[in-house]
Design a binder for this molecule. Structure first.
Ligand code: NAP
Length: 228
């Protein structure tokens, strides 16, 4: 199937592993020009090498920590130098804190807001001038199924992913006259490092190993829920 991505310029923030890497892999396989961004040069290089080994093509890599003020503008500057415009922006950065409500501080709330919502807002704002000159431009942000069906003990991301849903729907109408499509993808549990790291921590708390070590039973005197 031709998804009509040939030669389209696609930036994937959070593209060094997980859902972002899988998205970059698919876009590259479809013939798009792809750049992946994340905090780690090593992770980016490893992802680029995996794609090159599988597809014979390598994405551009850009180091950026999108939770830091000014980083989205720097990233947009690099994309502008690279391509002069942008057709697809994917923001695949985000996550949760597994915690009971009473244990969460203001810093936890604000930090997770920056991680999930503000990083996405900043990325879209910084890349808007590049997208307006793009061809059939599109913004895709990663929310979560939890924005509509909240997960227990993940209240911060339940709230913030619902915020992203509001952001995507509002921008979809605000950007429609500019010809920019806006979508939010809302995955359920997906086997990525985000999920396996969490599963490892839960298993460790319960004195087990992932997957399937049935020998040791959880000590019921310990709380079932701890802060990650
Ligand atoms: N996996 C699931 O079950 C699931 C379920 C629902 C929703 N989601 C959502 O889907 C999105 C992707 O999830 P995932 O499972 O693929 O996550 P992941 O495995 O943790 O991957 C996250 C990606 O973001 C990068 N990243 C993290 N912090 C960053 C920062 N401050 N600046 C720039 N890059 C950063 C990571 O690379 P570096 O470490 O190299 O920076 C990595 O490339 C997230 O928004 C998540 O909330 C995932």
């Amino acid at each position: 199937m031709d998804l009509e991505y040939r030669n389209r310029r696609v930036l994937i923030i959070g593209g060094s592993y997980g859902i972002g890497e899988a998205t970059a892999h698919l876009a590259l396989a479809e013939g798009a020009e792809v750049a992946i961004a994340s905090r780690s040069e090593d992770n980016l290089a490893a992802a680029a090498s995996r794609m090159e080994a599988a597809l014979g093509r390598r994405p551009q890599t850009i180091v950026a920590d999108v939770t830091q003020p000014g980083s989205a503008e720097e990233l947009a500057g690099r994309v502008s130098d690279l391509w002069g415009g942008l057709d697809v922006l994917v923001s695949a950065v985000g996550g949760s804190i597994r915690s009971a409500f009473a244990e969460l501080s203001d810093e936890d709330w604000l930090g997770n807001y920056t991680f999930n919502v503000l990083s996405t807002v900043r990325a879209i704002r910084a890349h808007l001038p590049l997208l307006t000159s793009g061809e059939a431009p599109a913004v895709v942000m990663l929310g979560a199924a939890a924005s509509k069906m909240p997960y227990a003990h993940q209240i911060v991301s339940n709230v913030h992913k619902a915020g992203l849903l509001g952001l995507s729907k509002t921008l979809a109408s605000e950007f429609a006259p500019l010809g920019i499509r806006v979508n939010l993808v809302a995955p359920g549990r997906t086997l990525t490092p985000l999920w396996t790291n969490r599963a490892d921590k839960i298993a460790a708390e319960e004195g087990r190993r992932r997957p399937g070590d049935q020998c040791r039973r959880r000590d019921r005197s310990r709380p079932a829920l701890r802060r990650e």
